[in-house]
Write a protein that binds this ligand. Structure first.
Ligand code: HEC
Ligand code: HEC
Length: 299
């Protein structure tokens, strides 16, 4: 009896030690500090810049897609014992982070995906926002400062046992873009806002077309996307090369393809692309004409 007790006690002890190490090492991985270096562009306060910031947050960079239409935040993944991931309330209302964050905190989160503590933010698409020019990111922060306060308390981010094991296996690395980014490289100044393919490329980068459709824009399954999300379409000339400019406008504004089949607006953010100006939409169309044609799914 005594020996059996000892064996059982030993097994329990080993299990507890394994659990404790999973907890300790995954916490270490989640909190590991990322170094970065960047300029602190001036934050404007004129109304034209704030309006530009609002347009960037909605139509272009689609912050509202995750942080909510009022930027008051929402639960992104409610999947414990995997994980619960929150897109925080960015306003200065109750439960919001706006009042506590400096301009540099905002800039670091947007262009680098790094939290004030130095840890990588989950899901923040900063590989796209890294390209954002100083004027644009300045206007965006100016707008965030002016957005009406929303009182919304959200639960904290939390990682369950399953999520922690997957984290340690490296299966969730795609969720933390900051970990695989070059935080020291210098970005070139963005092209002038004009009806050019060059400006279209800039919009495709900061607008997340490349985040979902892949660096080559040839589409395929979106890494880390929820299961009900459709694979991204091939938007290189191989996929949409026969589309006229009018077809492209109809797709991005009404979510309708030339063949009459609707684009799934839960997977493709039509509510936001619809808000792009004529100039922006035209520039994107011109740019997509210039990218190398590629078979679908190559990303
Ligand atoms: C695809 C979803 C998604 C999009 C789009 C997105 N965010 Fe986030 N963002 C998140 C999530 C999730 C977090 C919290 C991550 C964490 O805490 O690990 C976050 C965190 C942040 C933080 C850091 C908060 C803090 O604690 O300091 C800021 C600031 C922020 N986002 C601003 C923005 C802005 C501005 C945009 C648009 C330019 C944007 N986000 C677009 C998902 C998103
Ligand atoms: C959040 C991910 C996401 C972002 C960001 C995104 N797309 Fe999409 N897009 C998709 C998905 C997924 C589909 C396929 C939808 C379907 O199958 O109905 C799609 C479909 C499309 C289509 C229809 C193509 C076809 O042949 O059916 C076009 C055009 C398109 N996207 C262009 C863009 C452009 C331009 C941008 C950047 C401004 C962009 N998308 C940003 C996910 C995204």
């Amino acid at each position: 009896m005594k020996t059996l007790g000892k064996i059982l006690g030993g097994i329990v002890l080993v299990c507890l030690m394994i659990l404790a190490s999973i907890f300790v090492f995954s916490t270490q991985k989640l909190n590991s500090r990322i170094e970065y270096s960047d300029a602190s562009p001036p934050i404007p306060s004129d109304s034209a810049s704030i309006e530009k910031g609002r347009h960037l947050a909605t139509a272009i960079a689609k912050c509202v897609d995750c942080h909510g239409a009022d930027l008051g935040g929402q639960v992104m993944i409610d999947g414990l014992p995997m994980a619960r991931v929150i897109a925080p309330n960015l306003t200065s209302g109750e439960g919001g982070i706006g009042a506590a964050r400096t301009d540099d905190d905002f800039l670091r989160a947007i262009r680098h995906g790094i939290a004030p503590t130095g840890r990588a933010l989950a899901i923040m698409p900063s590989r796209a926002y890294w390209h954002m020019g100083d004027d644009d990111v300045g206007a965006l922060v100016a707008y965030l400062r002016k957005v009406p306060p929303v009182n919304r308390e959200l639960p904290a981010q939390s990682w369950g046992l399953v999520g922690r094991v997957l984290l340690l296996k490296g299966d969730l690395d795609d969720m933390f873009e900051a970990k695989a980014m070059d935080h020291v490289a210098r970005r070139s100044a963005p092209p002038a806002a004009d009806t050019t393919a060059d400006y279209g490329r800039y919009l495709a980068e900061i607008g997340g077309c490349t985040s979902c459709h892949g660096a080559t824009l040839s589409g395929g399954p979106i890494p880390g996307a929820p299961p009900d999300m459709k694979p991204a379409a091939n938007i290189t000339p191989e996929g949409i090369g026969s589309w006229t400019e009018a077809d492209f406008f109809k797709a991005l504004r009404e979510g309708m393809r030339p063949n009459g089949i609707a684009i799934d607006t839960l997977s493709m953010p039509i509510p936001m692309t619809r808000l792009m100006t004529d100039l922006e939409t035209r520039a994107l169309y011109l740019y997509l004409k210039t990218v190398p044609p590629k078979a679908a799914g190559g990303r």
